[in-house]
Design a binder for this molecule. Structure first.
Ligand SMILES: [Zn+2]
Length: 165
């Protein structure tokens, strides 16, 4: 997908995740960027046009160019709130790797196990009792989920503090 076509502009977004294709001052297509390649003095964007149902596409299609005041350059940059969930960020377990989700696969379990080991002396039971007690004390609403475990805050209220870290 060339960035310069006659009568069209391409607004691409922070960290080159999505491109808005602008025609007549409005968004006429939204693409997810897979890569960039340089051809002499031009940069080509490789990607796929998003179809109906994708949240970024549905939010922006038909809307005015969000970077209209930024410059008259055919390529503009801006941040869109809808792309936040797709943005690369550090994995939540603090392993130092990069993910497009809160955690890399399996790293949420690793982070959970790490907390149990360091804060609850390796006892998941102590962890669950502590969570239930905190939820009860702070009025955290309990969602009605069919597979709810057979324990609740009432069982844990009389338990002591968690084991030493
Ligand atoms: Zn991680």
């Amino acid at each position: 997908m060339p960035t310069r076509s006659i009568g069209m502009k391409c607004r691409w977004l922070s960290r080159e995740k999505f491109a808005l294709i602008i025609g007549d001052g409005r968004v006429i297509a939204v693409a997810e960027i897979r890569g960039l390649s340089v051809h002499e003095d031009r940069v080509a964007v490789d990607g796929a046009v998003l179809t109906e149902g994708h949240p970024v596409r549905d939010e922006w299609i038909g809307r005015p160019d969000p970077a209209i005041n930024a410059s008259q350059n055919p390529v503009g940059y801006c941040d869109l709130p809808q792309e936040a969930e797709f943005r690369e960020r550090p994995c939540g377990c603090k392993c130092g790797e990069i993910s497009t989700r809160d955690f890399l696969p399996g790293h949420d379990v690793r982070a959970f196990q790490d907390r149990v080991r360091r804060l609850f002396n390796g006892s998941p039971l102590e962890f669950f009792r502590w969570v239930d007690r905190m939820a009860g004390q702070h009025g955290v609403p309990v969602l009605a989920i069919r597979s709810r475990p057979n324990s609740d805050a009432a069982d844990a209220v009389d338990q002591g503090e968690p084991s030493n870290p």
